[in-house]
Design a protein around this ligand. Structure first.
Ligand code: IFM
Length: 569
């Protein structure tokens, strides 16, 4: 470390404790004289070399021999490249734009694309809550950001899941199932690390059952693998590591279901995303996600058959995956448009959340565990989460009818919840609801609205904010009916005049600009890419966008008009 006004005047005091390392710098300063602190940090662990301290010192010495500005220049260029691919511009909502930058900064800073031995903990590297453990937060909330803005980082995160597949196999076996079931809380080996009990803020010992029962993690990891492949177009990873992940975890589902006399397949005794309800049967999120996963595993195993890939999946097993998928119950009664969150949910006691406002504690603490389980209070997006992830699989009238049913029952006791509500509300055209949830998500860390900022940033919520804006307001997605195109179906909320975001799609760098009545795109890369603009109820307008050119589609009375080539502004 060096600091002005004169080098050598700085005194450093270092103390280390069992869980902290503190450095204090004593720098003489003069009134109105700027002081600049220059600091170079080198870091090695025993995973890299037997003598990490020697390696760190050697690198520090080598760096010290180079002019500081040159080293700083490398650092700045590396960041500038990351920003170029991730910076979202929101004209008309400065607080939202600031929150998006905060989100992108923390997400980008939390991952090392060259190291697949670690993934991102729930609070990234910013705090000790959840002990750095890796949850579905990474696969479902953060990975979509990386697959679109920093695919090398996304690959490392997915490779981490492949590396820890043995841990997932051990967990499935220990529970008496086949295949692989990822740890609800994962660390270096992939073995389950969820604590079996925690102490509540009121000193009570609370049993934690997620490690055993929150099994949707198997399908969440599969979802991330599939989403990454859909966006990047990378087949090699999908067909080797991705296939192993998908097929092993699909085996788990095939052995996990119980087929009833009526022929329906049931997944009994689970916890869904709504962790207020434990040991429930047929959580809709789990069942729909497992169905999506089983079908994708069957398709992949079929199209890679005969190549001698590991694991070997027989035609009978593929047929079994398809059969179980077809039988899985969905929570949709024939005459209903509202998906039941789990079997018996509609019969639970009604809840009026407004009566508890202003709330000073989470709903489960206010009601007590038993009353919470007996009531319809929902901790976090659950059916709404399934609609967000499986948008094209849910019939449009069900997409429309289910969220308004669950929204008034949802307590948002998890930071993962408001961003998902924002995304779904935006896609449904519920602009004021979307705006309210966007604000709520943006404030989680910057406003410390969960009251636990000391534990670190809520990394999944940061990912969910990015998704709500880019995939919700911007409407950028890969749709089932046009899997090779980037679909842009915007849903701006009032007040936003312009939303601009970069995204990598199939190896091409695309810049998307959305305004209330127009979409503009520009493509960089070696080959053209199909992009389509969609506005209900108008037809989809597809353009085969050539690299180096810019195109605009304007919204007319019958949806978007044909794309036109425009000059770069
Ligand atoms: O993964 C989440 C879970 O959905 C709700 N409780 C906190 C976990 C870590 O963020």
């Amino acid at each position: 470390v060096t600091a002005g006004p004169g080098d050598g005047e700085i005194a450093v005091e270092r103390t280390t404790g069992a869980s902290c390392a503190v450095e204090r710098f004593h720098v003489p300063v003069l009134l109105a004289e700027p002081v600049e602190v220059r600091r170079e940090v080198t870091l090695y662990t025993t995973r890299d070399t037997e003598r990490p301290e020697d390696a760190a010192r050697a690198l520090a010495t080598a760096l010290g021999a180079r002019p500081f500005d040159e080293v700083l220049g490398d650092h700045e260029r590396a960041w500038a490249e990351r920003w170029r691919r991730a910076d979202v511009v929101v004209d008309g909502a400065p607080r939202l734009e600031r929150a998006l930058r905060f989100a992108a900064y923390h997400l980008l800073a939390s991952v090392d694309p060259s190291d697949s031995r670690a993934s991102i903990g729930a609070r990234a590297l910013t705090g000790e809550a959840y002990r750095g453990h890796v949850f579905w937060d990474t696969d479902v909330f953060m990975l979509p950001f990386f697959s679109r803005c920093h695919p090398a980082a996304a690959r490392a995160l997915l490779e981490y899941r492949h590396r820890t597949l043995d841990g997932a196999r051990r967990k499935a076996k220990a529970l008496g199932y086949e295949g692989a079931l990822y740890a609800w809380e994962s660390a270096d080996t992939g073995d389950e690390t969820t604590p079996v009990a925690v102490l509540s803020p009121y000193g009570e010992i609370i049993r934690v059952r997620s490690g055993e029962l929150e099994q949707h993690i198997a399908a969440d990891v599969a979802f991330a693998v599939l989403d990454h492949a859909a966006v990047t177009g990378e087949r090699a990873f999908l067909e080797r590591e991705g296939r192993a992940i998908l097929c092993e975890t699909a085996r788990f589902w095939a052995s996990r279901v119980a087929i009833d006399r009526d022929g329906g397949a049931h997944i009994r005794g689970v916890i869904g995303p709504d962790e207020y309800h434990e040991d429930v049967d047929d959580n809709a999120f789990t069942n729909w996600m497992a169905r999506h996963h089983l079908r994708a595993a069957a398709d992949l195993a079929e199209c890679t058959a005969g190549r001698g890939l590991d694991p070997d999946v027989s035609p009978e097993e593929i047929a079994r995956f398809r059969d179980v998928a077809a039988r899985l119950v969905t929570g949709l009664a024939p005459d209903s448009l509202v998906i039941e969150q789990h079997a018996g949910f509609f019969r639970l006691a009604p809840i009026d959340l407004a009566a508890y406002e202003p709330r000073t504690a989470p709903m489960d603490a206010l009601l007590g565990r038993e009353a919470t389980q007996a009531s319809q209070v929902v901790k976090q997006a659950d059916v709404v989460m399934l609609i967000a992830l499986l948008w094209d699989e849910v019939p449009p009238d069900v997409r429309l009818a289910s969220p308004p049913h669950y929204e008034p029952r949802t307590a948002h006791g998890s930071s993962l919840s408001p961003g998902t509500h924002a995304l779904v509300a935006a896609r449904l055209g519920l602009a004021s609801t979307a705006a309210r949830y966007l604000e709520m998500t943006a404030d989680i860390d910057l406003g410390n609205t969960m009251g636990n900022a000391a534990g670190g940033v809520h990394a999944a919520a940061l990912g969910s904010l990015w998704q709500a804006v880019v995939m919700g307001l911007g409407g950028a997605r890969v749709a089932h009916d046009a899997p090779d195109a980037l679909t842009v179906e915007p849903a701006l909320v009032p007040g936003i005049r312009h939303l601009g975001f970069p995204m990598l799609f199939r190896g091409r760098s695309i810049e998307v600009h959305v305004e209330p009545a127009a979409v503009e795109i520009a493509v960089e890369g070696a080959a053209p890419v199909p992009v389509r603009a969609l506005a209900e109820p108008g037809p989809a307008r597809i353009v085969l966008a050539e690299p180096g050119r810019r195109y605009a589609a304007r919204l007319g009375a019958g949806g978007f008009e044909e794309w036109e080539e425009v000059r770069s502004s």
